[in-house]
Design a protein around this ligand. Structure first.
Ligand code: PGA
Length: 248
């Protein structure tokens, strides 16, 4: 049985002091023995959030990283900086990074390989635009994203990765995918992974759904056979998150 993950993605919200306050309000309700709870926070919030979560079962994630180890890359953050600060997960290839910061499948793959090498669990994002869905090319497009993201990643490492399916049209829009749509794509992603690595590995990889997850829809989505939890944006900064964590 794959253990579920409920991950929050704060995006570019919350200053360090706001972050500390929110964690104080959340605790101890975000502790869980049943699911992995991860808070992915802006880089500058990592240290205060790690401190505020001391003794909690919740883990900390970053929202991005760079694949080089160190050097003249002004403004970037390395995998080792993250692990040293107490981070264990990192979101990679979020559609907002692809859209606003020009991240390509190749870049996402380089970052994923480095993250794994450093001992971080990458949460690799994929998802189609509304135009691609309407054109009927969703599954083909996502298959390509998955293939590129996992390029040169051996099976024993692939197993440790997490995939997040986030249809772009559902992110921050309140238009959640139906459970049927979400399950269909997550099942197709598992099939893609099976083609790449075989059934044992594809059955081990956790696939999350993201895009307008809230208290009302979380349980139904997360209970689908190929959906192993969620990546939650807006609702992860509200008291609702404590309920989403205990969705079942
Ligand atoms: P949302 O964001 O829950 O606010 O739609 C999800 C995400 O972008 O990870």
């Amino acid at each position: 049985m794959r253990r579920k993950i409920v991950a929050g993605n704060w995006k570019m919200n919350l200053t360090p002091s706001e972050a500390k306050k929110l964690i104080e309000a959340f605790r101890p309700q975000i502790d869980s023995d049943e699911v992995d709870v991860v808070l992915c926070v802006p880089a500058i919030d990592i240290v205060p959030v790690v401190q505020a979560l001391e003794g909690s079962t919740a883990k900390i994630g970053a929202e991005n990283m760079y694949y080089e180890e160190r050097g003249a890359y002004t403004g970037e953050i390395s995998a080792e900086m993250l692990t040293d600060a107490g981070v264990s997960y990192v979101i990679l290839g979020h559609s907002e990074r692809r859209q606003y910061f020009g991240e390509t499948d190749q870049l996402v793959n380089k970052k994923a390989r480095k993250a794994i090498e450093a001992g971080l669990t990458p949460i690799i994002c994929c998802g189609e635009t509304i135009e691609q869905r309407e054109e009927g090319i969703t599954l083909r497009f996502i298959q390509e994203q998955i293939k590129s993201a996992f390029s040169q990643i051996p099976s024993e490492d692939a197993k440790k990765c997490v995939v997040a399916y986030e249809p772009i049209w559902a992110i921050g829009t309140g238009h959640v995918a139906t459970t049927k749509q979400a399950q269909e794509v997550c099942a197709a992603i598992r099939k893609n992974l099976e083609e790449l690595y075989g059934a044992e590995v594809s059955e081990a990889i956790r696939i999350l759904y993201g895009g307008s997850v809230n208290v009302a829809n979380a349980a139904e989505l997360f209970e689908q056979p190929d959906i192993d939890g969620g990546l939650v944006g807006g609702a992860s900064m509200k008291p609702d998150f404590t309920q989403i964590v205990h969705f079942h």
